[in-house]
Write a protein that binds this ligand. Structure first.
Ligand SMILES: C[S@@+](CC[C@H](N)C(=O)[O-])C[C@H]1O[C@@H](n2cnc3c(N)ncnc32)[C@H](O)[C@@H]1O
Length: 307
């Protein structure tokens, strides 16, 4: 069977890797509306073509897999394919098949262990934490598919790893607050969409872990899911993108960190997510302190080192 994958983002790449690994079917290329994407390299550096949806009539295929994790985008793509006269029975939506979704996504990690700067930083920090005997457990707030959590679990094998996520994407109340800030860049960004991260689930996350027995799953709205957590922590990754939950994360974890522990604020430098930096500023104002912050060399994170 010849399969075209709609969406040349991380989920699309996971589909390609899955189809190639099992070799039952043939990966025939990507479809994507982004005119700037022409080819996408795989893990071996081999290029795959990216076609415009309008080119479908010239392509041979048996099935089109819609890989997007956003319900809104899936509906738009289905409509687009209908207009291009693609038969309904040739369209497969990854989000609609839980078993396929877990299989495809839990076997793929977009972060490369050797070259991803955040992963390299984490590995070094975990080694340092061990040498320095930093006490406490580890956590990630904003887990999504668990791709970064996988490395936290791997590099801190002896520590309990708390995993906080709605697994249903952003919460409407957080989005309301974000929209009320009236930042044009956010309002026009892909993040201004409740369903943008709705395609993940806890099964994908736990399936990929090396030490699942160390994971403590906290599914639901953060900080409500944290009320019974009183542990000390040496490393926390805050990656919930929006002002309100990121501020809640700082308020919750700051006093629970061991001396020398780090709260990593993902997206601090992200141009489309200004709420993250605002959350840090607000936290510092509330507490009347200046936190010790160090960029880690990836494109958007800052480490808050707790004294
Ligand atoms: C950018 S993704 C996390 C990516 C992940 N850390 C990684 O590196 O692969 C953001 C996640 O935060 C979650 N999230 C946002 N606000 C939340 C809240 N108030 N409570 C729980 N989860 C939340 C979303 O559901 C989404 O899965």
């Amino acid at each position: 069977m010849k399969i075209l994958v709609f969406g040349a983002g991380a989920n699309g790449k996971a589909c390609r890797a899955y189809i190639k690994r099992y070799k039952r079917d043939e990966f025939a290329g990507f479809l994507d509306n982004d005119v700037n994407k022409r080819t996408i390299k795989d893990a071996e550096g081999k290029e795959s073509p990216v076609y415009r949806p309008e080119e479908i009539t010239n392509l041979q295929y048996d099935q089109i897999w819609i890989s997007n994790s956003s319900r809104t985008q899936v509906l738009e793509i289905k409509e687009q394919l209908k207009k291009l006269c693609v038969p309904k029975d040739k369209v497969f939506v990854l989000l609609d098949d839980q078993e396929a979704l877990v299989n495809v996504l839990s076997n793929y990690n977009q972060y490369d262990e050797l070259t991803d700067n955040r992963v390299v930083w984490l590995r070094n920090f975990a080694g340092y934490a061990k040498e320095e005997k930093l006490e406490g457990n580890v956590a990630e707030c904003g887990v999504y598919m668990g791709e970064f959590s996988y490395f936290i679990n791997r590099y801190f094998p002896d520590k309990s790893l708390y995993l906080f996520d709605t697994f249903e994407g952003f919460d409407e109340q957080d989005l309301r607050v974000e929209r009320s800030h009236n930042s044009d860049v956010f309002l026009k960004s892909i993040f201004n969409d409740q369903s943008f991260f709705a395609g993940a689930n806890e099964h994908i996350v736990l399936e990929r872990m090396l030490h699942p027995e160390k994971c403590v799953l906290k599914k639901g709205y953060f900080p409500e899911t944290a009320v019974d957590v009183n542990d000390q922590f040496c490393f926390v990754n805050l990656d919930m993108d929006l002002y309100q939950p990121m501020l809640a994360g700082l308020r919750f974890f700051y006093e629970k960190m061991c001396s020398g522990g780090v709260i990593l604020m993902h997206d601090y430098f992200h141009p489309e997510l200004p709420g993250v930096k605002q959350a840090v500023t607000e936290f510092e104002k509330e507490r009347g302190l200046k936190t010790c912050k160090v960029p880690i060399g990836d494109f958007c994170s800052i480490a808050v080192v707790v004294p």
